[in-house]
Design a protein around this ligand. Structure first.
Ligand code: ADP
Ligand code: ZN
Ligand code: ZN
Length: 716
């Protein structure tokens, strides 16, 4: 008998063959089976999605033209039903094809291995896992009181931790762990994981972090805690920085069940974990959980969905939750769907830092670091304490300008300025990458006097070094300043070694971008300063204040983590709007007050979470073509019955240029679609896809290069 198999493979999202393709096999293959199939001259990895004997309705398919499956990877268990349901859901929700989503979630190297090689790898993994469970020291097991009896790492839980963990046990979730920075959230994550793993010999946990490079400590802590109990291979990572071979091995470990804990970035939400029982999303507010390319999925939102599919508990954690999660965790009586767990206090007697605002309207003209902030930093240095100063702009100066004519260092290919990097005297475009030597004289008028305008971290570092040149450390040595940003950490291992310097105390002042504000557990920092945070207060993006508040809270959370120095720790804000409500709430470390005021504004303006949005972005040779395409597709929606019927529940805004309208000579425009009903928006988008396709083929849309839909966009 000939079986027709619908298989998914990685076909470009909007190509002709967006759906599944049909291949033949002699015997039925269970859905989820991994196979290799021929496509043109190539052989591709693919997943069997549906199959069955040839039906009369398949008559349209000419069996003579169908090709057989080339190889079945039968050493591997098929991808299970919940995994397939997750892929189908993600594809339809984010308006992509299931093939694209499924294949992006699988390690590409699977394609290159024979069944024999795969079987050998799986056997090795199983053997390692079995060896460990035989000789586990019993004293490493968590005791029933929830205290881990581990001699190396004795932990007595705080009252808040104990309470939160028992709530976690007694409820189905999903949970939002709202815990101050330093309240011991990570310890709660590890306790919940420990108890799950101890409760069942094959249960698996997925722990997600925003950016693995920025949170190496979390990985270290999990590996240290669980590696000794379950073997070094029981904790595997999944992130984009891995080699293809590591990615394959870790994926196989998760898929075969040998790995008990998968620690990863957003891509890990698609890890195949047949016994998944717990999903943790650390720093759930972090924008990097949202993918910016391909299927623009939110790993946090998919984690919630996946938890429901698999019957796994989901635990989100943050000191500054996203307003969406905060809103979902309102009391159940008011419609909340998540259970909010609170840990307001820091571990031990650690207090949150005192927030001080410097009114920049009353400082010496064009001063960058106010005299009072400078004095406070100098005082830290003489006491042997550390300070952290951050500014959201890397490079030396954001613009070079001619002092005579109007010339500025614009990028010829983008609607943006090229940034001056003094270290190698280059002008670099942070959007298209164009890098050139700084011209000797103004290219427009020949004036040799071209000057930096504004300030980036590189210039701030230089400036601080000048200001602090006379200041001495307690040991009489000059001040040590280190800068951490995307420029100083480009090389592998650079970030780690710079962070190590901060930890050992070799550094007195740490200068950097928001990169340093997240996650790190620096012990001896007693002063954190935001040099110029005001920009975001008046942004056109309605999420800008949310992001600023969370960034500043996180940054403040870096100060005073060591009890010995906690009581003198301070967060300094240099601002021209010292009485702005955002800063008032920050001063009180009052996230709930801030969230309440933001939610009120969002409700009045019918913004998320009170409405649902999607953006369609188009790229074209000209701005007219990009906008024209979107506006045409919008008009066509009104003429088509399956889309027109939904228009009453939707708002389609006119197309506008994106905030950086041109990158690398490509013009970009976007159109916002909004609805109070998520279901209506979803129905509209899937019907509108076809309209967009058709519109694109119109002669007036010839200049359009590509378009894509972003559902629940984070930046507008
Ligand atoms: P968060 O993730 O909430 O910022 P962490 O989990 O990193 O906080 O905890 C902050 C610090 O407190 C860490 O150094 C951690 O080892 C320590 N810690 C956490 N829980 C306890 C506890 N119960 N007893 C002692 N120290 C703890
Ligand atoms: Zn000039
Ligand atoms: Zn450019």
């Amino acid at each position: 008998m000939t079986i027709l198999n619908q298989v998914l493979l990685h076909t470009p999202a909007y190509s002709q063959m967006a759906g599944a393709l049909t291949y033949l096999s002699d015997a039925p293959l269970p859905p989820g089976t991994l196979v290799r199939v021929p496509l043109g001259q190539r052989e591709l990895l693919a997943v069997v999605w549906n199959n069955g004997p040839a039906q009369p309705s398949d008559a349209a398919l000419d069996p003579a033209r169908l090709r057989p499956i080339a190889a079945v990877l039968d050493a591997l268990p098929p991808l299970n039903a919940s995994w397939r349901a997750l892929i189908s859901f993600a594809a339809s929700y984010y308006q992509r094809t299931a093939g694209e989503v499924a294949l992006a979630a699988l390690p590409p190297q699977l394609r290159d291995l024979s069944s024999v090689q795969l079987a050998r790898k799986l056997k090795k993994l199983a053997k390692a896992a079995a060896a460990v469970s035989l000789d586990t020291p019993i004293d490493a097991l968590p005791t029933p009181e929830g205290h881990t009896n581990n001699a190396v790492h004795p932990v007595v839980l705080s009252d808040e931790q104990t309470k939160v963990i028992s709530q976690f046990h007694q409820n189905p979730g999903p949970f939002l762990l709202f815990g101050a920075t330093g309240s011991g959230k990570t310890e709660v994550f590890m306790q919940c994981t420990a108890e799950l793993l101890a409760s069942s010999p094959d249960a698996q946990a997925l722990v997600m972090v925003p950016e693995i490079n920025l949170t190496p400590q979390l990985e270290d802590r999990f590996k240290a805690r669980f590696g000794s109990r379950y073997g070094a291979d029981a904790v595997v990572s999944m992130h984009s920085g891995m080699t293809p071979a590591q990615r394959l091995n870790n994926w196989l470990a998760a898929h075969s069940g040998a790995a008990r804990i998968v620690l990863g970035t957003r891509m890990a939400v698609f890890a195949s974990m047949p016994q998944l029982k717990l999903i943790i999303v650390d720093e759930e507010h972090d924008p990097s959980y949202k993918s910016g390319e391909g299927a623009r999925y939110s790993a946090r939102d998919l984690a919630i969905y996946r938890g429901r599919l698999e019957g796994a508990k989901v635990l989100l954690g943050s000191a500054t939750p996203s307003l969406e999660s905060w809103y979902h965790s309102r009391p159940a009586a008011e419609g909340g769907r998540y259970l909010r767990l609170a840990m307001p206090s820091r571990i031990g007697s650690g207090k949150l830092p005192l927030v001080r605002r410097v009114d920049m309207n009353h400082q010496p003209k064009s001063c960058v670091i106010s005299p009072s902030l400078l004095a406070a930093i100098a005082q830290r240095i003489t006491r042997g304490e550390q300070s952290m100063v951050f500014l959201n702009r890397r490079g030396y100066a954001p613009v070079l300008q001619c002092t005579d004519c109007d010339w500025k260092s614009e990028c010829p290919h983008c609607s943006a300025y090229r940034v001056f990097h003094k270290i190698d005297r280059t002008l670099r475009c942070h959007h298209c990458g164009l890098t050139e030597r700084v011209p000797r004289a103004c290219p427009a008028c020949g004036n040799p006097d071209i000057a930096p305008l504004g300030r980036g971290t590189e210039r701030l570092e230089e400036h601080l070094a000048e200001l602090l040149a006379e200041t001495r450390r307690p040991d009489g040595q000059p001040v040590r300043i280190v800068r951490i940003d995307a420029d100083t950490t480009r090389h592998k291992g650079a970030l780690e070694s710079q962070l190590a310097q901060v930890h050992t105390g070799d550094v007195d002042v740490l200068v950097g971008t928001q990169m340093i504000a997240k996650g790190h557990d620096f012990r001896r920092i007693t002063l954190v300063a935001a040099v110029n945070p005001d920009n975001a207060l008046f942004s056109s993006d309605f999420r800008a204040s949310e992001r600023l508040f969370s960034l500043l809270m996180q940054a403040a959370g870096r100060a005073g983590r060591d009890e010995a120095v906690a009581n003198q720790s301070e967060m300094w804000l240099q601002t021209c709007h010292p009485t702005h409500p955002l800063y008032e709430a920050l001063k009180k470390h009052d996230y709930p007050a801030f969230a309440a005021s933001q939610l009120k504004e969002r409700l009045q303006a019918a913004m998320p979470p009170f409405s649902f949005q999607a953006l369609v972005r188009a790229e074209a040779r000209t701005q007219d073509a990009a906008q024209g395409f979107l506006n045409l597709a919008s008009q066509a929606a009104a003429r088509q019955s399956d889309t027109a019927g939904l228009l009453a529940q939707l708002t389609l805004y006119p197309a506008v240029p994106m905030s950086i309208a041109r990158i690398a000579n490509v013009e970009r425009a976007q159109m916002l679609v909004e609805s109070p009903s998520r279901a209506a928006l979803q129905r509209f988008l899937s019907a509108w896809q076809g309209v967009l396709h058709n519109t694109r083929t119109q002669p007036e849309c010839k200049g359009v290069i590509r378009w894509a839909i972003d559902v629940d966009p984070l930046s507008i």
